[in-house]
Design a protein around this ligand. Structure first.
Ligand code: 5GP
Ligand code: ZN
Length: 116
């Protein structure tokens, strides 16, 4: 299931260290190495899926689990009431740079809309 040369698969495997804040059977989450907000957590499925375009029938549960994780982490980080942003970039035009799907959880400041 793990993809060779995939940075986030290496974090799932424990081969590359990360500041892990959440783990479940299907997902893990860790602090972004280059945070764009006071809280910036990356939530990923344990399963390697390169982009949203590569999701398969049957992956709905793992994608849902990313949002369940976001809810828990936001509560832990005391962001629930003030609000926070979740973002998943797909391919180059959206700025995806790591090709293992991930939900960004950003909080602790105000966010503009529309996004840049
Ligand atoms: P993308 O641009 O693909 O939507 O988001 C990738 C995110 O992964 C970026 O915010 C980037 O800072 C983060 N990132 C890249 N390499 C590492 C790493 O080795 N460790 C951690 N914790 N985050 C990383
Ligand atoms: Zn991967």
């Amino acid at each position: 299931m793990a993809e060779e040369q995939c940075l986030f698969c290496s974090i799932v495997a424990g081969d590359i260290p990360a500041d892990i804040v959440f783990e479940s059977d299907t997902a893990i989450a860790f602090r972004d190495i280059n945070p764009q907000a006071p809280t910036h957590v990356i939530i990923i499925p344990r399963k390697h899926v390169a982009t949203i375009n590569d999701l398969e029938t049957g992956d709905e549960g793992i994608v849902g689990s990313l949002f369940s994780a976001a809810k828990e982490i936001a509560a832990e980080e005391e962001l629930s009431e003030a609000g926070y942003r979740t973002v998943m970039n797909c391919n180059k035009a959206a700025g995806q740079s790591v090709f293992h799907i991930h939900l960004h959880l950003l909080g602790g400041r105000l966010f503009a809309w529309p996004p840049g």
